[in-house]
Write a protein that binds this ligand. Sequence first.
Ligand SMILES: *Cc1c(COP(=O)(O)O)cnc(C)c1O
Length: 315
Amino acid sequence: MQPLHIATPLIESLTMSQRVSANIWLKMEALQPSGSFKIRGIGHACQQYVKQGATRLLASSAGNAGLAVAYAGRKLNIDVTVVVPTTTKPRAIELIEQEGAEVVVAGEDWDAADAHTHSIRQTSCAYIHPFDDPLLWQGHASLIDEIATDGLVPDGIVVAVGGGGLMSGVAEGLNRHGWEKTPILAVETFGTDSLYAACQAGKHIGIDHITSIATSLGARKVAAHSFELLQTHAIACHRVTDYQAVEACYHFLRDHRIMVEPACGAALATVYEQADFFADKNNVVVIVCGGVGVTLERLAEWREQLRLSVRPNPQ
Ligand SMILES: *Cc1c(COP(=O)(O)O)cnc(C)c1O
């Protein structure tokens, strides 16, 4: 079966490389037909569930996963319902509806929307989790396959972390190519830092509230598998402020003329802030995870709000 995602470009960024002592390679997931990497894993999972006889796809999402399911549904000719939290941007809802999916708004964050999803689930419905499903990780891993095909051997990968699906896929892909020692810089914003909390505690704990504008990273607790990866893979947990994430979106827009969500800006910010991770590396791939919940106007509003607040990210 043809995958629903596309093979994305791997671009060397000279401007970003010059900020750190390493070559920065951008894996351009923002160019996926659904605007983020999510279609890799979700497309793969949806194909499997439809093959197994599902007659409807049901998803909970902060936006990008829902759009990926809606896109997959249109391509596979099957009905889709997406439950989104109240924080989901109107633009993201519009795009999901444009794909022909039904959108239900419920709950103040993804966890609450997800709880609602389970209350309306019916038997012939395949439930698509936005990050905690081995089929998703298998699909996301294709991104590392492409890097290998392009002939690059990275000595570091930077990923944004919400529930950890992307990170799990990256780890699976690295393992496939015998690159299990390649370190991952796992980036969250203050206020979505559930992996960081678990990492610090050495226990699979979460955080109580999402208090960041990077809502695509807003899982109160990461998947169990993501927590386990902290024990088996070289993963450094890193946090940036909302302000740094938004500024990184602007830097990236100027450097590469592509607009991404603050969730993706968080990963990019590590380069613009010259994180220690790059100091001893030659070739680092930054996953430009993308995201559709952003407009120029929204970006400007965030920047203004964060500039005005005295302590943008109380810790
Ligand atoms: C979903 C998403 C993430 C986080 O992915 P997880 O698999 O939940 O860790 C990061 N960036 C964007 C743009 C996303 O849509």
